[in-house]
Design a protein around this ligand. Structure first.
Ligand SMILES: NC(=O)c1ccc[n+]([C@@H]2O[C@H](COP(=O)([O-])OP(=O)(O)OC[C@H]3O[C@@H](n4cnc5c(N)ncnc54)[C@H](O)[C@@H]3O)[C@@H](O)[C@H]2O)c1
Length: 319
């Protein structure tokens, strides 16, 4: 298959590209390589695919540039992962979220229509559950209380997908990822930030006094769910891709300490605006339709991340 991966230089996107190449698919990447976090990490991820992918450094909100790519390639399926990510950042920078996540996604849907394409798998987020108090979060639950602009844009993507399914017969699977972590991960997320701080003997801010709970989900499990979705996308649906076991932030921190053999200096902080105290995935629907369930536990996943981090950062370690 020939697959367009938007955000292919990103954390999740680059792992998806690797998996698609390994099974022999042809991949075209669109990524604007913006500096929300160090773009060198994005360049290094793409460097792994040298000569094996076609890469376009363009923005998904640029309709004309996007159209040129659709004119040059005939895609079988679209894997749309490009987005302005980050809950906290969206409180200070709302306009970029609308431009990238809403207008960018609309451009892709419109170009699919124009070029006769029907199949899209796109990234949604567990943050669409927002202020919901019922746990675990199930795809049948009402999701009309986004508590950050990021969450609202992801919900808009799901609604647009429904509209294009209804009007033009698109097949759309929206994947609600739950706190993804692993090698090549994002520097703005807890595992990367905490590991870096501990290795540099710096203190960390621990929100909600470490009592936050997350369905942390390892990257290889997420990639498996994305590939299953690309292979089976039919009709319109949304799925939770998240661990059905929640982990408390304090335990997550302990695992990092154990792995690095050092102890954090912690600044205990209240819950931040836009953040939710718990995310907890109900995966019954994902199991039923896709046959997906995660395999990697938190201890193993953190170990794998730290091994990668030390190697990538050139820190010598014994193992
Ligand atoms: N990592 C998680 O825990 C998580 C959780 C829920 C949802 N998601 C979603 O999954 C997707 C991938 O997330 P990630 O963690 O890999 O983030 P990421 O930031 O590493 O990847 C996103 C990629 O999209 C690119 N991009 C951003 N704006 C663009 C634009 N205007 N045009 C083209 N490319 C652009 C970025 O340069 C980046 O390489 C995103 O849609 C994100 O919202 C991630």
């Amino acid at each position: 298959m020939k697959i367009l991966v938007t955000g292919g230089a990103g954390f999740i996107g680059s792992h998806v590209v690797q998996a698609l190449l390994e099974r022999g698919d042809e991949v075209v990447i669109i990524d604007d390589m913006n500096s929300y976090y160090n773009p060198q990490l994005k360049r290094d991820r793409v460097e792994q695919f040298k000569n094996r992918v076609t890469f376009y450094k363009i923005s998904i909100w640029d309709y004309n540039a996007m159209k040129t790519v659709f004119q040059m390639h005939t895609f079988d399926k679209i894997c749309h992962l490009a987005a302005q990510a980050g809950v906290r950042h969206s409180l200070e920078n709302p306009f970029i979220y609308n431009k990238v996540n809403v207008l960018g996604t609309l451009n892709i849907l419109e170009l699919m229509k124009e070029f006769g394409l029907k199949d899209i798998v796109y990234a949604s987020s567990s943050s669409v559950y927002g202020g919901n108090e019922k746990t675990p979060f199930a795809v049948e639950d009402t999701v009309d209380k986004p508590i950050s602009l990021y969450a609202a844009t992801k919900r808009v993507n799901e609604l647009y997908a429904y509209t294009y399914h209804h009007l033009y017969g698109f097949n759309c699977y929206g994947l609600r990822f739950f706190t993804v972590y692993g090698p090549w991960g994002r520097p703005d997320m807890a595992l990367f930030k905490f590991t870096k701080a501990l290795l540099n003997n710096q203190p960390i801010d621990v929100y909600n006094e470490g009592k936050m709970k997350r369905s942390f989900t390892y990257i290889t499990d997420i990639v498996a769910g994305i590939i299953m979705s690309l292979d089976n996308v039919k009709g319109n649906d949304v799925f939770n891709l998240g661990s059905p076991k929640t982990v408390e932030l304090n335990y997550f921190i302990e695992c990092i300490e154990k792995e690095l053999g050092k102890t954090f200096v912690k600044n205990m902080m209240p819950l931040q605006q836009g953040d939710v105290p718990t995310t907890f995935a109900d995966i019954a629907h994902t199991q039923d339709v896709l046959g997906w369930e995660p395999k990697v536990g938190i201890e193993q996943g953190i170990k794998e991340f730290i091994m990668w981090y030390k190697e990538y950062m050139g820190i010598k370690y014994e193992n």
